[in-house]
Design a protein around this ligand. Structure first.
Ligand SMILES: *Cc1c(COP(=O)(O)O)cnc(C)c1O
Length: 564
């Protein structure tokens, strides 16, 4: 029998290591940062996910801007430890066996075990062995099978591993909601009892992003697991994983304040609360800045909230020097990857993100005449970002951006780096001068890459959406905003307005301030950006989850042992 757990954190994806492609994007990166901070805070907890053989993809960009995406081969046995426990889950009337692998997320001597569920076992039929093969792969039927393995299989596996006493089962997005079915079964279908043990975070501000399964498919595949009253908890017309998660949780959380507002409306639930995301301060800070903080902000490693008041004590020249080292490392990488030499003294704007239409990565190129007028000889631009291999529209956006970069070659250097992943993200968020983010309003639930940039003293230039509404409100000097805080405007209305405002901000604010001889104002802004990270770190986020979502705190609290 294992010790009681405060939380079992369920997540479809997790990005613990660059060489473990068990994630697709921001959701997995966030899950990993939460687990890291749970370890730092010595929370008695575990995480549960699936062992995806294929998840994150390698991206190649050809000279003409077209792309090729390929699987990243990896060997779980070289990173994870296979455990002996197995459980079964009934899928389409068959018993499917689920195995498990262990990864230990350590901080000091505290460990958060992360359990990876796996159906690739010889006792399973060939097609069942493939259930945990492709993250978000296959059609609807595959997705139902995958979510049964994660939810029902996950709870059974915790029991098999000896975890009987779990304070809160946390569902990171609706994919995990089938865990409530197993809890219902264990507890004689007492909804209220299960509800007391579950919490749910929704990440998706648009209806299309939520898993909804027709009941005929759900009955066929998951039938043995569905309780008689499934329609009253998961929706009358179709099985909505989000509805199920909400109905069976004592708390539903959005990931930023604006996202709470969007979610309340979208989910027709006025009880949605929010906990704004955060990033793990030690994971995303470059070594030069970390050394500087060690010298000037004693204790920041254990208590990142100290950045709030103390970032301003770092000497200007040292801060700029640390930034230039990180910038040089990025520019060296760009040179090696593309053959293009960029200039260390030139204002460097980075825009890097998974390419999906709502993020509007091409907004900067809306008006080429204006861009030329503003940018010629004054700045250089680095892009990165993968598109989904089955999303020709977004791939076309990348191709278009590569084409644009050639048109502008005579006046502004623009590079598109291939293969955006957490390792490249680390170089980019530290080496940029400005982090550009231009999502469609109300579509960015939180966003976390801008937080990583802030941490490194990189200034955000972003539309007001997701976390940046809160960041900008906390300190409008910590970066810049693009366009208004217009919550009702739709996409077509804002594209022109935002593009024009982006050029104006660059022309009259960002570029002049960067070129100002002694950089004093710029460096003051950098410190303010770092100060913000006293709040937007994953430790604060986990502390809020402990307080609002995970009940009483049977752990030592915010005091960390063994840290400087
Ligand atoms: C941080 C990160 C993300 C999430 O960033 P957004 O702010 O949502 O764009 C996605 N992918 C990678 C590789 C990251 O490091």
């Amino acid at each position: 029998m294992q010790k009681p757990l405060t939380v079992a954190y369920f997540t479809m994806e997790i990005a613990l290591r660059g060489d473990m492609p068990t994630f697709a994007g921001g959701l997995g990166v966030l899950a990993a940062d939460i687990v890291r901070s749970m370890a730092d805070l010595q929370v008695p907890g575990v995480a549960v996910t699936c062992l995806w053989q294929h998840g994150y993809l390698h991206q190649e960009i050809h000279g003409d801007g077209t792309q090729a995406y390929s699987d990243i081969p990896w060997e779980p046995a070289t990173i994870l430890q296979r455990l002996l426990q197995t459980v079964t889950v009934t899928i389409e009337g068959r018993e499917v066996t689920v195995g498990v692998w262990l990864y230990e997320q350590k901080s000091g001597d505290h460990i958060i075990p992360v359990f990876f569920l796996d159906t690739n076992l010889p006792e399973n039929r060939p097609d069942d062995r493939l259930i945990t093969n492709h993250l978000y792969g296959g059609g609807q039927a595959t997705r139902i099978r995958q979510e049964l393995v994660l939810g029902v299989g996950g709870v059974r596996m915790l029991r098999a591993l000896g975890y009987a006493d779990v304070g809160t089962y946390h569902m990171n997005e609706g994919h995990c909601a089938f865990l409530t079915l197993e809890l219902l079964r264990e507890r004689d279908f007492r909804d209220e009892n299960v509800r007391q043990s579950c919490a749910f975070t929704t990440h998706t501000p648009v209806a299309a992003g939520h898993d909804v399964f027709p009941y005929d498919a759900a009955w066929k595949i998951a039938g043995d697991n569905l309780p008689w009253h499934i329609k009253s908890i998961a929706g009358e017309d179709a099985l909505s994983m989000t509805r199920l998660a909400m109905a069976m949780s004592r708390g539903t959380f959005a990931v930023s304040r604006i996202h709470r507002q969007v979610s309340r409306k979208l989910l027709r639930n006025d009880n949605v609360d929010y906990i704004t995301n955060g990033v793990h301060h030690l994971e995303w800070l470059c070594p030069e800045m970390a050394a500087l903080f060690d010298a000037h902000i004693k204790g920041w490693r254990g208590r990142p909230q100290l950045l709030m008041d103390r970032a301003r004590t770092v000497p200007d020249a040292d801060l700029w020097h640390a930034h230039e080292s990180a910038k040089k490392r990025l520019l060296d990488h760009v040179h090696a990857a593309t053959g293009i030499p960029l200039d260390l003294d030139r204002l460097t704007i980075v825009s890097a993100r998974r390419v999906v239409p709502y993020k509007r990565p091409e907004l900067l190129y809306t008006n080429i005449v204006r861009l030329r007028e503003v940018a010629c000889g004054k700045l250089q631009i680095i892009h990165a970002g993968n598109a989904h291999p089955h999303d020709p529209f977004s791939q076309e956006v990348i191709r278009h951006m590569v084409e644009r970069s050639k048109e502008l070659r005579d006046c502004v250097k623009i590079v598109y780096l291939p293969n955006y992943n957490p390792e490249l993200a680390k170089l980019l968020v530290a080496g940029a001068d400005v982090w550009l983010n231009t999502p469609m309003r109300l579509h960015e639930a939180s966003g976390t890459s801008g937080m990583k940039a802030c941490l490194n003293g990189v200034l955000n230039l972003s539309t007001l959406d997701g976390w940046w509404i809160e960041g900008y409100e906390m300190d409008p000097q910590a970066g810049w905003r693009i366009g208004p805080l217009a919550q009702a405007l739709d996409a077509d209305d804002t594209r022109q307005i935002d593009a024009e405002d982006l050029y104006t901000q660059l022309q009259y604010q960002v570029i002049p301030e960067f070129q100002y001889p002694n950089r004093e104002r710029w460096i003051r802004r950098m410190k303010r950006a770092i100060s913000l990270m006293g709040h937007f770190n994953a430790q604060r986020c986990v502390e809020e989850y402990l307080g609002k979502a995970w009940g009483e705190l049977p752990h030592p609290g915010g005091v960390l042992l063994g840290w400087k």
